[in-house]
Each structure stands twice: as structure tokens, then as C-alpha cells.
Design a protein around this ligand. Structure first.
Ligand code: PMP
Length: 433
């Protein structure tokens, strides 16, 4: 039958029948282990009974109440619970329906805050290359992934970029504070080069996601970035769309370093694959300043609807009840140790990195130089296809700004146990052979 859908992937994919826990079944009956939680979405696993029950109960009451017409209990409760999980005085929550919307919201809030403070000359948002912050034009403008932005360049303001701190590629020691200072100094130099009074914000993923493959910042980097932002009055935005929600072994990726941002975006695991849901959380005084100046000029119709929020609330409750943040830390350590073990057997695995269950490995042709595999080899697609054949789903991306390099995110649901990990590793090994 001809399909009337169009997607990014041109490869034929199996038709999904049902999913439960860490597994998904195709219509053919073949069972897959969801080794990437979709795209780091299904963090608490599929078909969680408590979330489904909460959604059913909410559906019996109301599925939609426009936020300008009604307050709803699920949105109030989810906002309060989310705020309580945030560091510093980030306690004002703005709901959206996805990651790009969350990032877009952070950019617009930052800008309106600067304007309200009488700093209308600040509009530049510095970001890192590579990075991924979303597909809408604002989020894309700060995305450091050139091929994605190229066709739309005339429609966007070009935003300044600095290199992401990829110590493993630059031959630097992740644990040496000089490495952190080295990369943070690039931010300071860029702020000065652009003219500090024109720089609005710096946006980064605390633990890298799709674009860098679970990039972990070097020692001292996060703290130095915070200091530099403070020095020049630049807002610090943490895009935790992928790293937020517990997957790294702490609720926020940045919690590993104690660097408190001014604004956070979250999505993906926040709705857990049950509903499209995301949020921006900002400092109380920033929101107050914007509201006093006439209000936030941004919003999306479906945002914060009671059905989405009831699911989001149940997802957070399940994370807490099942101790999933702790499990992500424990199982992430085991997964990374086993992936490192594979480096003895497969010389083309150049690097294993990540925090908790936000984990990736990168394929190279030479571990000494970290030279990527030749593009013609198409390892990017081929390993994914081999894994599919085994019954394992993993998430592949090009590592070096979308132009070359192959990394694979291995990020199963945070409910995974030892048995699931054995099954995952067995299939992955078979796929690598
Ligand atoms: N930011 C980050 C860090 C992401 O990983 C993504 C999605 N991969 C986005 C933003 C965009 O999210 P969405 O696809 O839900 O719009």
C-alpha cells in the first residue's frame, strides 16, 4: 500500500504492534529491545500501568481546557513538582509540547527579559558546534549542525558558535581542570569578539545528546562557563531536553557539576512517550520582570493541557517510586563498563562515553588519531540495520557536526535490569561482528 506519510528515514521500518517495558513488538511478531528509548523518550519504559491509569482517569474528566480559559489541577501539580526538582530559584514553569518548542521558549524569554531590563541591544545567543537544539527556526539558528540549517540560512539570523568541548577528539584529558578552562576560554573570547553588550545568552546541553553522542564536559568546564556568563551579564540556558529527567543518573544533567543555569528546557522523557510534553523553567525574578513589562509573548495552543500534564505527573511519580534515577546511575555504569570491554574485541570502537544511561560509542578507523570511518562505508546506517536484524534498536548520528563520524547512542529505558542489559549486549555484539 502506498504510504502518505513522509519521514526523515528513507529506510523501510517495521510496523509497530505493541510495546511493554523495554520491549516493542512489530506486526510480524518480531520482538525488539528498545535500546534507545525511542529518541531518549520512553525513559520509564512502555505501557507503564500507573501512567496509563492516570491518563484514563483524567480522560474521564477532561482532555483539554485552554490554559487562558481554565486553570487545571494536573498542570498546577506538575508545575509545582517540576519546580521542586529545579536548582537555585528556578521555579516558574512554562509548558510546551516538545523539545523545539521548549528551546524556542527559552530564547524568547531571555530576549524579553533583556528588553524589559533596558538591554535591548542584547540579542546574540552563542551555542556550540556540534549541538542540536531543535528544528524550528529559532532553535535551529542556535543548533550547531550545519547541514540541517543550510537551506534555511537566509531565513535566520546567524548566531555565533564555539566548539563543543570534545576532549576525546582533541587529545586532551577530561579530568584535567586545564582542559575545562581551555574550552571555557573559547566562550569568553567569543563574547568579547561579538561585543559583550550584544550577547544575550549561551545555550548548551549539559550532557550532549544526538549531535555529540553523550558528550561529557571536562572537569571545571561547567563552573567556568557559569562564571564567564555572570562576568558579562550573559544568561546561561541549559537545554536538558534529552539529558533532563534522570537518565544521566541525576535528575538534571547539570546536577553532576552543580552549575545552576538561568533557564532550563526539558521534553522527551518528561512526557515519557505517553504524551507530547515539554517545559521551560526559569528564574522567578526573570519571569516576574517579563510579566511586569506586559507578559510573555509566546505560547502554543496545546501546551499544558490536563491530559498531557496528568501523564507527566504520573511519569515523575513513577521515576520517584521506582528509584529510576538511581537505577540509571547503576545500570549506566554497568553498560559503560561492558561497552568499554568491547573495545578490546573491536578495534574500530574509538570511544565510549556518557553519564548514566545517556551513553554512546563512536566508531573510528584509527583509535590513535580518532580518524572517522570512510563515509562510503556508511557504518551509520549499516550497524543500525544489523542491530535491527538482531532485534535491537539503537540511535545513530554523525558525530562531527553532521558531516562525518559515526556515533551510536545506547540509551535503554531507565527501568532496565541485569537481564535486559545481558540481552542488549548480546544483540549489540552480534550486530558489531
Ligand atoms: N534539544 C535537544 C537537546 C534535543 O535532543 C532535541 C531532540 N533531539 C531537541 C532539542 C528538539 O526536540 P523535539 O524533537 O521534541 O522538538
Amino acid at each position: 500500500m502506498e504510504s502518505h506519510l513522509f519521514y526523515l528515514s528513507s529506510n523501510p521500518r517495521p510496523e509497530l504492534e505493541r510495546a511493554e517495558g523495554i520491549h516493542m513488538w512489530a506486526k510480524t511478531g518480531k520482538r525488539y529491545l528498545d535500546g534507545s528509548s525511542g529518541a531518549m523518550v520512553s525513559n520509564i519504559g512502555h505501557s507503564n500501568p500507573a501512567v496509563l491509569a492516570a491518563m484514563r482517569a483524567q480522560m474521564e474528566k477532561s482532555t483539554f481546557g485552554y490554559r487562558l480559559h481554565f486553570m487545571t489541577e494536573p498542570s498546577e501539580r506538575l508545575a509545582a513538582k517540576t519546580a521542586a526538582l529545579c536548582p537555585g530559584d528556578l521555579n516558574k514553569v512554562f509548558f510546551v509540547s516538545g523539545g523545539s518548542e521548549a528551546v524556542e521558549s527559552t530564547l524568547k524569554l531571555a530576549r524579553q527579559y533583556a528588553v524589559a531590563k533596558g538591554e535591548a541591544q542584547r540579542f546574540k545567543v552563542i551555542s556550540r558546534t556540534p549541538s542540536y537544539h531543535g528544528s524550528t527556526l529559532g532553535a535551529l539558528a542556535v543548533t550547531g549542525y550545519a547541514p540541517l540549517a543550510a537551506p534555511f540560512a537566509p531565513m535566520m539570523h546567524e548566531m555565533p558558535k564555539i566548539p563543543a568541548p570534545r576532549a576525546y577528539l582533541d587529545g586532551l584529558d577530561l579530568e584535567d581542570p586545564a582542559t575545562g578552562e581551555h574550552y571555557a576560554a573559547m566562550l569568553e573570547a567569543k563574547i568579547v569578539e561579538e561585543g559583550a553588550q550584544t550577547v544575550l545568552a549561551f545555550i548548551q546541553e549539559p550532557v550532549g545528546g544526538a549531535s555529540t553522542g553523550a558528550l561529557v564536559p571536562p572537569k571545571g568546564y561547567m563552573e567556568a562557563v557559569r562564571e564567564i556568563c555572570d562576568k558579562y551579564g550573559v544568561l546561561l540556558i541549559h537545554d536538558e531536553v534529552m539529558s533532563g529527567g534522570g537518565r544521566t543518573g541525576k535528575f538534571w544533567g547539570a546536577d553532576h557539576w552543580g552549575a545552576v543555569p538561568d533557564i532550563i528546557s526539558i521534553s522527551k522523557g518528561f512526557g515519557g512517550g505517553y504524551v507530547p510534553l515539554g517545559a521551560m523553567i526559569a528564574r522567578d525574578d526573570m519571569v516576574q520582570t517579563v510579566m511586569d513589562a506586559g507578559g510573555f509573548m509566546h505560547g502554543h495552543t496545546y501546551a499544558g493541557n490536563p491530559l498531557a500534564c496528568s501523564a507527566g505527573l504520573a511519569v515523575l511519580d513513577e521515576i520517584e517510586r521506582l528509584g529510576l534515577v538511581e537505577n540509571a546511575a547503576l545500570m549506566g555504569d554497568k553498560l559503560q563498563a561492558r561497552l568499554r570491554g568491547l573495545m578490546n574485541r573491536f578495534s574500530f570502537i574509538g570511544d565510549v562515553r556518557g553519564k548514566g544511561l545517556l551513553t554512546a560509542f563512536e566508531l573510528v578507523s584509527d583509535r590513535g588519531t580518532m580518524e572517522p570511518l570512510p563515509r562510503e562505508l556508511n557504518a551509520f546506517d549499516r550497524l543500525v540495520e544489523h542491530a535491527y536484524a538482531q532485534g535491537l534498536i539503537i540511535y545513530s548520528r554523525r558525530t562531527r557536526g553532521g558531516t562525518s563520524g559515526d556515533h551510536f547512542l545506547v540509551c535503554p529505558p531507565m527501568i532496565i535490569g541485569d537481564e535486559g542489559l545481558d540481552e542488549l549486549m548480546e544483540m549489540l555484539e552480534a550486530a558489531l561482528v
